[in-house]
Every structure is written in structure tokens, then in C-alpha cells.
Design a protein around this ligand. Structure first.
Ligand code: PLP
Length: 408
């Protein structure tokens, strides 16, 4: 085994190169492709060696709940890509979110989160934390005054995702980080929708970044996974202890799939984004589409913030089919290439109806407050030929006329 912390030569390398070579650790066999270390534990030559390893005097792996060479390669590659000092992988994106929040608070503390959150993240902030004595306040993430007003002396963490699910609102990460730091709180950003290719929350002032690697990082709909990135002191403090003792460890097999998937992340995200931009423009001009929300368009309500903090509009498009739920469902029935699924970031284009799936748990009033209307659909643009996707969307929208479902 080589040095698991070895960097890549003397020069700073660009993301596409780091995604191929970063974090690679060769065994004495000199394999070209990264090795899969499917092992729970490690053997030692002597009790003395084992003691030294456990005491931390001898760097190396102890037990795969704590660390594993394949998982470490994935963490290292992610850290290099994100420009983070350290990273820890988890079994799922939700394990990453839960650990990043729970490890930073105790009973009596307070968390502020943007109201527009991935459903399970909203459950953690709104329902789970309060059960353990950690109060939480949900705010309109676009309104900086609401963030400021929600902060209390005991506020420890501000939590947000941007762009948001499913309406693709974009929040000012730098401004929210400044508010947090003026009040001694940390900022945790769920960067799934932006991907590490298009937005770097740590450079904007965030303290921790979390990903569901299940999405664009895998990109092939195979594995669940998650990762948390940030400064060494934060990652190796309470967070590392929380992960080691509660055990949401990423399987080495899944780490290996995700590590290999990273090699093509930049290519995939850029191609998917290029198609998403074309599709957003096509939809915006279509009479059966009442509005389109795409961060890469100049009519996006937060276009100025997008320009400041993202290097592209992303791979998702939200739009409303005129005619409500019945029209939205009929439209989805007309799709042949685009599949119905609640996942995103996949090579396959996927469409979902948030009001009846990811946001079903919320009251109609809460949904309306988030802009999740009955006609709203979220499209995750995949790697298919954009012309085929546009033809698929066009045919499904035209079919609404034949079915007599098209609203004005
Ligand atoms: C999918 C997702 C998660 C949860 O990730 P899992 O891997 O499904 O646990 C969290 N946040 C966002 C924004 C997501 O899209």
C-alpha cells in the first residue's frame, strides 16, 4: 500500500484531471484502475503494532467503520475536487446531512434552516431535532432579514440547499455565511443540485458541504452514498466521532463505484447542463407550459445570485404544465424517452411530480408556499441526445391537445 494521503505531484491540477487521478492509491501490484478493498478489518504483525495503530501512533486503517482504503480514495478525490481540507463518506446523502447537523448540536441549541428543503432534510430540521431538545426555525431562504431575525444566542447551525428542490430557488450563500459567522454559527450547505462542478460553497464562506453521492456523483443510478467536506478541525472533531460511533459508513463497494464515476463527473454535468439549458428555452416558448424555472436563464428570479456563485445553471429544470395535476399526469403518460422517477442526476432523464411524491407529506398550504403547484414537474436532464429529449417533450405536450386537456 502506498501512502493514502499522497498528493499528485508538485503542480496544482485542474478538476477534470483530479477527477481521474486524485486520491488514487496503488497497491504493490501497481494496478491501473483503483482497487476495491472489500474488507471489514485489518490484520497486524503483532499486538504491539496493533496497539500503536489503535493509539494513532501508527497511521493506517483500524476497522472499516472508521476507514477503508477504497473509501479513503473516494474521500480524497472528493476533497481535492471541492478544495476542502478533509472529507468523510457516508452510506447515504441523508446520513451525511444527519451527521453534519446532529454532531454540531446538543439539547438547548437552535438551528435555522431554509424552508425549501429536500423532504427528508426538512424532517430532520423540523421534526427530529426538536425531539432531542434542539429547537429549529424555518425561514424563506431568499430573505436575508428572515435569516437575521431567526438567529438566537443559542443558534449553532444555519442549513440550506441551493438551488432548492424542486423549484430551483438560489440563495446567497456568501451573505448567509456572513450572517452566521457574525453570530458564531456554522453554515452547512447541501450542494446536491449544484454539484461540486458548478458551485463551491466553501469558497463562498460555508463551513461544511454535504452531498448525496446517489445523484450526479454516481450518475448511473446504482449506489446510495454521501459525503461531508470542510475544514480539518470540523471534520476531525465531533463529526468524525459521531460517524465512527454511530456507524453510517459507506460500503467499500459503493465507494469504488462512486470513485470510478467521479472520473466522468465533469463531462457528464457539463453535457447534461448544456441539454438542460436548451430544454428550458424550448419549454419557456411552449404554450402549454405556464412557467419555467431554470437557474441558467435570465428570467430566473435570482439570476444575479446565480451569476455570482454558480458557473452554470445546472442539470435540472422545473416547469408548470398549464391545466394542473390532470394535465401534468397526462403529459407524463405521453413521454417515451424520459422516465418517471423521483431520482435525479442520472444519465437517464427523469421526471417527477413533486406535489404527489417528494412533497406529498406537506399540507397544501405549505406546498403552495414553496411554489409546488399541482401542475409543477421537475425534470432531471440526462445524457441522451438533447434533440431526442426535446422531441419527446414536444410530443407529450402536443398530446395534451388531442386529449382535450390543454388549458388556455
Ligand atoms: C437525494 C437528496 C438527499 C438525500 O440523499 P440520499 O442519498 O437519498 O440519502 C439530500 N438532499 C438532496 C438535495 C437530495 O437531492
Amino acid at each position: 500500500m502506498g501512502d493514502p494521503l499522497s498528493k499528485h505531484g508538485s503542480r496544482a491540477l485542474r478538476p477534470a484531471t483530479l477527477l481521474v487521478h486524485g486520491g488514487g492509491t496503488r497497491s504493490p501490484f501497481g494496478e491501473t484502475s483503483e482497487a476495491l478493498y472489500l474488507t471489514q478489518g485489518y490484520v497486524f504483525d503483532s499486538m504491539e503494532a496493533c496497539e500503536a495503530r489503535f493509539k494513532g501512533d501508527d497511521p493506517g486503517f483500524v476497522y472499516s467503520r472508521y476507514g477503508n482504503p477504497t473509501v479513503a480514495m473516494f474521500e480524497e478525490r472528493m476533497a481535492l475536487l471541492e478544495g476542502a481540507e478533509a472529507a468523510r463518506a457516508t452510506a447515504t446523502g441523508m446520513a451525511a446531512v444527519t451527521a453534519s447537523l446532529m454532531s454540531q448540536v446538543k439539547a438547548g441549541d437552535h438551528v435555522v434552516a431554509a424552508r425549501a428543503l429536500f423532504g427528508a432534510c426538512r424532517y430532520i430540521a423540523e421534526d427530529l431535532l426538536p425531539r432531542y431538545g434542539v429547537a429549529s426555525t424555518l425561514v424563506d431562504g431568499a430573505n436575508l432579514d428572515e435569516w437575521r431575525a431567526a438567529i438566537r444566542p443559542e443558534t449553532k447551525v444555519l442549513f440550506l440547499e441551493s438551488p432548492t428542490n424542486p423549484c430551483l430557488d438560489v440563495y446567497d450563500i456568501a451573505a448567509i455565511s456572513t450572517i452566521a459567522h457574525e453570530n458564531g454559527a456554522l453554515v452547512v450547505v447541501d450542494n446536491v443540485f449544484a454539484t461540486p462542478i458548478l458551485q463551491k460553497p466553501l469558497t463562498l464562506g460555508a463551513d461544511l458541504v454535504v452531498y448525496s453521492a446517489t445523484k450526479h456523483i454516481d450518475g448511473g443510478g446504482r449506489c446510495l452514498g454521501g459525503v461531508i467536506l470542510g475544514r480539518k478541525d470540523l471534520i476531525e472533531g465531533d463529526l468524525q466521532q459521531f460517524l465512527r460511533q454511530t456507524g453510517p459508513a459507506l460500503s467499500p463497494f459503493n465507494a469504488w463505484v462512486l470513485l470510478k464515476a467521479l472520473e466522468t463527473l465533469s463531462l457528464r454535468v457539463r453535457q447534461q447542463m448544456q441539454s438542460a439549458a436548451r430544454i428550458a428555452d424550448f419549454l419557456a416558448a411552449h404554450p402549454h407550459v405556464s412557467f419555467v424555472r431554470y437557474p441558467g436563464r435570465s428570467d430566473h428570479p435570482h439570476a444575479d445570485i446565480v451569476k455570482k456563485q454558480m458557473s452554470g445553471g445546472g442539470t435540472l429544470v422545473a416547469f408548470e404544465i398549464a391545466g394542473g395535476k390532470r394535465a401534468a399526469f397526462a403529459f407524463a403518460r405521453g413521454l417515451e424517452v424520459i422516465k418517471i422517477s423521483s431520482n435525479l442526476g442520472d444519465a437517464k432523464s427523469l421526471i417527477t411530480h413533486p406535489a404527489t411524491t417528494t412533497h406529498q407529506r406537506l399540507t397544501p398550504e405549505a406546498r403552495a408556499g414553496l411554489g409546488v403547484t399541482e401542475g409543477l414537474v421537475r425534470l432531471s436532464v440526462g445524457l441522451e441526445d438533447a434533440d431526442d429529449l426535446i422531441e419527446d417533450l414536444s410530443a407529450a405536450l402536443s398530446a395534451l391537445d388531442r386529449r382535450g386537456l390543454a388549458a388556455e
